[in-house]
Unconditional design. Structure first.
Length: 427
């Protein structure tokens, strides 16, 4: 098998095979994230072509964001039972199918079904729980760094491809841009097929950083029904105060990133006569700085108190959102916002995953984090729809930005209520 050959080749160069799994998973989350953010570029073209309102289009995007999160804990259960490679390949096929069929849509209900439900289900199975699973299974050391890399790929994928999507849409059409996304995801599917394996033991390896002094605990039984496994993890988590705090803060994280900036920033800039390509370039700049900031956050989360990291991340994000309307949307003001906000875009993920792992244990991390991530996407969906309603009925996005900024300040204080040095809960 290719994985055995590649493992031997990497071992001869003293390179751990888990890094190849990280690379394939990184590409998958990058491609999946691009399909999540692309509709933000398509809002205005869809309004012009089909005469759908911003609120109608936003409703489809909010369903997609909601399912992106709600599917996550069940995706974790599917991964535990059927394996990462099988689940990810199924997910990528689902996304590609939804995007291809959307090329022929003519009614708003088709937009809701394809971009809302189909793409939402597919992307939900490749959400951050996939990265959390790889980090927890393949790495003992550098776990925070690995989670930071996956979080960075998710957020950067949602932003970095926007200028390309905007340019393709401007030169050709949104359909050509959608086709390009399908090609990208097909490449990711091939990488997963050739490289990804479930656990180090599949290749007679131990997790990275494991000194071999203690036996590796056996995998949790995978014969439980998918729903029972996911809901069982939720029942366990609901008894923990840490879960409630992380769920609440991650709700606000999703509301202030995916729901607000990712979905509506381009349309907001259009209200101030900034073209879509220029706004998408600013989002791509955020993606570049996010890549740096999130990997730095992973490095910091391995070394410092994760509660205080969350305090600073949410606090600074809240201040930046509340200051955005006062930039007058000048080039200098927006560029400064892009740098500052980009560094903090999804830096909250590594400390959140580490707090989850330290509380619930490595084998339960993906299931419990799946429910926490569901909170992230519930927040994203609610603000994606709420901001669209604000734009449609109040003719302004500003109430949504001030509200999101205030919520971030509340989240920064909530993070400090988590007690230090929680011991893992025995399932």
């Amino acid at each position: 098998m290719i994985s055995n050959w590649l493992s031997a080749r990497l071992a001869s160069r003293d390179i751990y095979y888990g890094w190849a799994v990280v690379a394939a998973t990184f590409l998958t989350t990058l491609a999946s994230a691009a399909s999540i953010s692309a509709p933000g570029v398509f809002i205005v073209p869809l309004e012009q072509e089909f005469h759908w309102s911003n609120a109608e289009i936003s409703s489809a995007l909010s369903i997609r964001l909601l399912l992106y999160g709600l599917v996550a804990p069940f995706a974790a259960a599917l991964i535990n039972r059927y394996g990462m490679r099988n689940v990810v390949l199924c997910a990528l096929t689902t996304i590609i199918s939804g995007l291809v069929l959307s090329l022929f849509m003519t009614e708003v209900w088709q937009l809701i079904v394809l971009w809302g439900f189909v793409v939402g289900l597919g992307t939900g199975m490749t959400a951050l729980v996939l990265g959390a699973t790889v980090a927890a299974r393949w790495f003992t050391a550098r776990r925070g760094l690995v989670v930071g890399m996956f979080a960075a790929s998710s957020a950067t994928g949602q932003l970095l491809f926007l200028p390309v999507m905007a340019k393709l849409t401007e030169l050709y059409s949104w359909r050509v841009a959608t086709g390009a996304l399908c090609v990208l995801m097909a490449v990711a599917a091939l990488a997963v097929l050739l490289v990804v394996r479930d656990r180090p033991s599949d290749l007679a390896l131990r997790p990275f950083g494991d000194d071999g002094s203690t036996p590796i605990p056996p995998p949790a039984p995978a014969n439980a029904p998918i729903t029972s496994a996911a809901l069982g993890a939720l029942r366990e988590a609901l008894q923990s105060r840490v879960f409630w705090v992380l769920f609440f803060t991650f709700y606000i994280c999703g509301a202030s990133t995916n729901g607000l900036i990712q979905t509506h920033f381009i349309t907001l800039c259009a209200d101030y006569s900034i073209p879509a390509t220029g706004a998408a370039t600013l989002l791509a700049a955020m993606g570049i700085f996010d890549f740096i900031g999130t990997i730095m956050s992973g490095w910091l989360s391995d070394r410092y108190d994760n509660r205080w990291l969350l305090f600073w991340y949410y606090g600074l994000r809240g201040l930046s959102l509340m200051m955005l309307p006062f930039t007058d949307f000048t080039f200098y003001g927006l560029s400064l916002f892009a740098v500052f906000y980009g560094l903090d875009w999804i830096a909250t993920v590594p400390p959140t995953v580490r707090l989850t792992a330290s509380t619930f244990g490595a084998e339960r991390t993906n299931l419990v984090f799946g429910w926490i991530f569901a909170g992230h996407q519930i927040g994203a969906a609610s603000v994606a729809l709420g901001a669209g309603l604000s734009r449609t009925y109040l003719a302004s996005y500003l109430p949504a930005f001030f509200t999101a900024g205030l919520l971030c300040l509340i989240a920064s204080l909530a993070a400090l209520s988590i007690r230090r040095d929680k011991r893992p809960v025995v399932a």
